[in-house]
Structure formats: structure tokens, C-alpha cells
Design a protein around this ligand. Structure first.
Ligand code: SF4
Length: 326
């Protein structure tokens, strides 16, 4: 591990000053410390923000749910309002990592976690995400776990977060605070596709902090759930996953939000699937027809062609689980 300086500011203002000077924010540290040990990341200064008052989970006046960036994954998964109103979020969190990691890792850190591409973590391999312009070892290497949607000639790595898939389906907003004040972006605006600059993974400006994630109010009643498909049933990243959020009244689907994980370079909203669903009546036939749209635009690599059909099956099963069959 490379030498680094460490500071733990007592308040948000001091943290922003340290961040603006080039310090790297750390809270749970469950990703960053690993990457520092592997010398993939070499921050000069760590700014420990774990003591800042950004841990609350609360309901606002519009019934929006605001989750502080430093709330622990395990606390959010167990929160009564999250469990009752957004089971898709609880389920995504409980299917992530291990219990020990969920007790350490924060919500803000979860959406900022870096890819599990093995070449990214192997400093002897070419990797445009680690070093822009150095090449991509995964393109000609072993790419079974890599993305089929949103890829570029520079990078085909998947975004690893389950939580981000659930939050993308819920149109979650990311609140930021930086040297120039506050601003807000949707999560899908915040997380960037690789394009020709895969080292730039998010729209976070120098010195900015994530302060909260906000799930906006949704029409009621709302049904939701998360399905994760992986090589083993514990402590493993998704091959495919599906977050499904449906608003059904009078036997008709009024609103549908579906996102996929394990297949995209960012959490992937399946808008073609959603269009098929809205205005239709739930049925096994509808679930199959809509799920057939899930892999629209997919570009499989040499070793991950199986993900196309697996994604469609994952989405179909989760549509049936959440939407039911009359
Ligand atoms: Fe690096 Fe992306 Fe290629 Fe993996 S897929 S080696 S992260 S550039």
C-alpha cells in the first residue's frame, strides 16, 4: 500500500475544504481500502467522513424518502418504511455482499463502488478505466461476467451495485454538496456510461460529496421486488438481475419501471419492456412478450452470449413474481 495522509473532519464544511484540496472521501471503506491494498487506487490523503451527520432515513412532506449517504446498508434494508414501501430496495441490499460488509458499507459508497472486472484489479493488465488510453484486456480476454449493454470499444465492465439497479428503477435523485453549493441529479444522470473515457464513472465534481439519495413519491399501491441470478447463492455478484416496480389498479398496469443489473455498464433501465407493460392487463403472455424486449440493443462478447437469454428469463420471472397472474 502506498503511504497516505489521513484526516477526520469534525463537520461538513471542514470535509469540503479537505475534499477541495484533493482529499479522497472515505466512510465504510469496504471498496477503497481493498483497492489501495492492491495499489489500484493511490490517494494522497484520505478524508474520513464517517462522523458527519448524514445517516438519517426520513420521510419528507411529499412522502419522498430521503436516505442519508452515510446510512449503513444493513440499517436501510431493515428500515420499516423501506421494507413496507420499497421491498425492491430491501431485497437488493440483502442480496448484496455479506452481512459483515452490509454492517460497514454506506449507501453513498455503494453506488460509488468500482467494477469487479478482474483486469481492473490486476495492475499488470491493460485497463482504460484504471489508466486512460492503456487498452482493455477484457475485450480479448475472459469476459463471461462483463456487460452486454452500454459498452464501448474502450470498456465493457459492469456496474457492480445491486442497490443502484433498484434505485434506478425508482427514479432516485442524488443530492450533492460541493465547494459551489448544492445540486441534484437523477441516479441515471449521475452514473456515466464508459464511452471513450471509462475512467470517468460519475458526474461528481472535484470536492463534491453525496449527501443523500431521495426516492420520489410514487403512485400507490406500488408493488416491487428484486431478483438476482448468480453463480452461487451467497456473496457473489450478479450475472443478471431485475428490479421491477409496478402500479396496478382496476386490473390494468398504470405505471411500470424495470431495471437490470449484471448486464450493463451502468444500472440499465429497460424502457422497451416498460412501454410494453403500461396500459396492459397482467398475464403470463404479457410477461413473456415484455421480457422479450429486455435484451434490445445487447452486444454480447465472446464468453457472455448466454446473458441475453438469461436476462430475458430473469425479467420474465420477476415480472410474474411482482405482477402476479390473474
Ligand atoms: Fe478495464 Fe473496463 Fe476493460 Fe475491465 S472492461 S479491463 S475495467 S477497460
Amino acid at each position: 500500500m502506498h503511504p497516505f495522509a489521513y484526516t477526520k473532519p469534525a463537520d461538513t464544511r471542514s470535509a469540503l475544504v479537505a475534499g477541495a484540496r484533493g482529499g479522497r472521501y472515505i466512510a465504510g471503506g469496504t471498496t477503497l481500502v481493498d483497492l489501495m491494498r492492491e495499489t489500484v487506487e493511490r490517494p494522497g490523503t484520505l478524508v474520513d467522513i464517517s462522523g458527519l451527520p448524514l445517516r438519517d432515513v426520513r420521510t419528507g412532506e411529499r412522502r419522498e424518502l430521503r436516505i442519508g449517504a452515510l446510512a449503513r446498508m444493513s440499517d436501510v434494508a431493515a428500515h420499516p418504511r423501506v421494507r413496507s414501501a420499497y421491498p425492491v430496495v430491501s431485497q437488493a441490499l440483502e442480496l448484496s455482499a455479506s452481512a459483515q460488509l452490509r454492517n460497514m458499507a454506506t449507501i453513498g459508497g455503494n453506488i460509488m463502488q468500482r467494477t469487479r472486472c478482474t483486469y481492473f484489479r490486476d495492475v499488470s493488465a491493460a485497463c482504460n478505466k484504471r489508466q486512460r488510453g492503456s487498452g482493455c484486456a477484457a475485450l480479448e480476454g475472459y469476459n463471461r461476467s462483463h456487460a452486454i449493454l452500454g459498452t464501448s470499444d474502450a470498456c465493457v465492465a459492469t456496474h457492480p451495485s445491486d442497490l443502484a439497479v433498484a434505485l434506478a428503477a425508482l427514479d432516485t435523485v442524488v443530492h450533492l454538496l460541493g465547494p459551489d453549493g448544492e445540486r441534484s441529479l437523477t441516479l441515471t444522470e449521475f452514473l456515466l456510461r464508459p464511452g471513450s473515457t471509462p475512467d470517468r464513472e460519475h458526474d461528481l465534481r472535484p470536492g463534491e460529496l453525496i449527501t443523500a439519495l431521495e426516492i420520489p413519491p410514487h403512485p400507490q399501491p406500488l408493488r416491487s421486488g428484486y431478483l438476482k441470478v448468480r453463480d452461487r447463492q451467497s456473496y457473489e455478484f450478479a450475472l443478471t438481475s431485475a428490479a421491477v416496480v409496478l402500479h396496478i389498479t382496476g386490473g390494468v398496469i398504470r405505471d411500470a419501471r424495470v431495471a437490470a443489473g449484471g448486464v450493463g455498464t451502468v444500472p440499465w433501465r429497460l424502457t422497451a419492456v416498460e412501454r410494453r407493460l403500461v396500459g396492459a392487463r397482467p398475464s403470463d403472455r404479457l410477461w413473456a412478450q415484455a421480457a422479450a424486449e429486455a435484451s434490445h440493443g445487447a452486444r454480447p462478447l465472446r464468453h457472455n452470449g448466454f446473458k441475453t437469454e438469461l436476462l430475458e428469463r430473469t425479467v420474465e420471472r420477476q415480472l410474474r413474481t411482482v405482477g402476479g397472474t390473474p
